[in-house]
Design a protein around this ligand. Structure first.
Ligand SMILES: [Zn+2]
Length: 144
């Protein structure tokens, strides 16, 4: 059973009515079996469920998320700055460079860490070879 709040378009009277299902409501409406209990008009419609409440809640959530995102954004930029100053950028050669550091450990003791891009497959293979990588969120530089 489902309860709908119905409104009469003619006299604006609202009243609750029970239906077996939403389908039954549609069926009765189509066949004009729904009457206003006040004026007997057939212009009866279902009223909408409190959409205001939902909208308000959603808006607050968006604003909350937005301020959270801005904070994260700032953190990422600080992190990026640190990485750029302390790591060597190798671009798409990341997997190759990571291996060369890993397998030539002695020679590269004083070399900088690296950062760049790699495919998921590259990362999986590196991981299988025992080469530790870390994924970090990255924002594209608009100044470049
Ligand atoms: Zn009515």
């Amino acid at each position: 059973m489902i309860k709908y709040k119905l409104i009469c378009k003619k006299c604006n009277h609202t009243f609750d009515s029970w239906f077996a299902s939403s389908k039954e409501y549609e069926k009765l409406k189509k066949r004009s079996f729904l009457n206003c209990i006040n004026c007997d008009s057939k212009k009866v419609e279902k009223t909408l469920m409190a959409p205001k409440l939902i909208n308000k809640f959603k808006k607050q959530t968006d604003e909350h998320n937005l301020s959270k995102l801005k904070k994260i954004d700032k953190k990422i930029k600080e992190y990026q700055k640190f990485i750029k100053e302390n790591f060597k950028y190798v671009g798409k050669n990341f997997a190759y460079e990571a291996r060369s550091i890993h397998y030539n450990n002695e020679k590269n003791k004083n070399s900088k860490g690296i950062y760049g891009t790699a495919t998921k497959l590259d990362l999986k293979e590196l991981n299988d070879e025992g080469i530790k990588t870390e994924m970090i969120p990255w924002l594209e530089d608009k100044n470049n």
